[in-house]
Design a protein. Structure first.
Lengths: 129, 115
């Protein structure tokens, strides 16, 4: 056998700022980011949930807290995180069941996830505020 | 002889499966909740708390939160395993994650059963 082994440069150094993620990779990393963001904000979310259910008085203070524009902005961000994590999560579950694994479908479903989660966020955001 | 170092996220079929089962539970609950919330006549304390006072909704809401905490435990632990290399720090982070999640479970149960 002739020596045809390609000499690869090892170790590889990844230039993070130069990597262009393909669309499915982008959806995947956002799934992780959204999951981590939701986890970190759980105390805020459970706190608001508790306020809204505590008593008629705490319900009123809940309403004034979520009426604050800054709080609204944070909640809108978390709403997007949930919607993205939800849509991308369902996509991952389908991929796990070997549905849509070929490159073309994987790309188009990744695009659908991005569009659907943004659309849902806008629709629900408009409905709530 | 295979010298395999078992490290990294996503080993453990049980956790992998649990993460998926809890994901399905949460997805179904999300739709159930969205439909119920859309059918509320108005966003008053009476209507909103009435939603969770029903025995069934209270039960499935608790189920949703317990699924969420289990799901987040597996998911966040995977993230620590991927990025935090020193074993000591990683174990401390695992424990803190577990402790806050158990605390949240108690908190949510108290919110729902005080109603
Ligand atoms: C309807 C709701 C949800 C669905 C369908 C869902 C689905 C999923 C799925 C399928 C995975 C596995 C992805 C993988 O292994 O690559 C996952 C991971 C994860 N989820 Fe969720 N999830 C939901 C809600 C949540 C919530 C509310 C949180 C946060 C509090 C959360 C936090 C996480 C985290 C931190 C991971 C790990 C991410 C990673 O390893 O990259 N999930 N989710």
């Amino acid at each position: 056998m002739s020596e045809v082994t390609v000499r690869k440069q090892r170790p590889k150094h990844l230039a993070l700022n130069e990597i262009r993620l393909p669309l499915p990779g982008f959806v995947s990393i956002l799934h992780r980011v959204s999951g981590a963001g939701l986890f970190l904000c759980l105390p805020i979310l459970i706190g608001l949930f508790g306020m809204s259910l505590g008593s008629p008085e705490s319900f009123e203070s809940y309403k004034s807290v979520v009426g604050n524009p800054l709080v609204k902005l944070i909640l809108l961000g978390l709403l997007w995180a949930y919607m993205h994590h939800f849509c991308a999560g369902i996509r991952f579950l389908l991929l796990d069941m070997h549905k849509g694994l070929d490159l073309a479908s994987a790309r188009s479903s990744a695009r659908m996830v991005l569009i659907a989660s943004l659309t849902l966020t806008v629709l629900i955001g408009v409905k709530l505020w | 002889m295979v010298n395999r170092v078992v490290v990294g996220a996503h080993y453990g079929l049980k956790d992998w499966l649990a993460q998926r089962v809890t994901a399905v539970v949460m997805a179904i609950y999300t739709l159930y909740f969205a439909i119920n919330a859309l059918m509320l006549p108005a966003m008053t304390y009476e209507a909103w708390s009435g939603l969770f006072r029903g025995g069934f909704t209270r039960f499935v809401t608790l189920l949703f939160f317990l699924s969420l905490f289990y799901h987040a435990w597996v998911g966040v632990r995977d993230i620590w395993m991927d990025y935090v290399k020193p074993t000591g720090i990683r174990l401390v982070l695992h424990m803190l994650t577990l402790l806050v999640l158990v605390g949240y479970a108690g908190w949510v149960a108290q919110i729902l059963w005080r109603l």
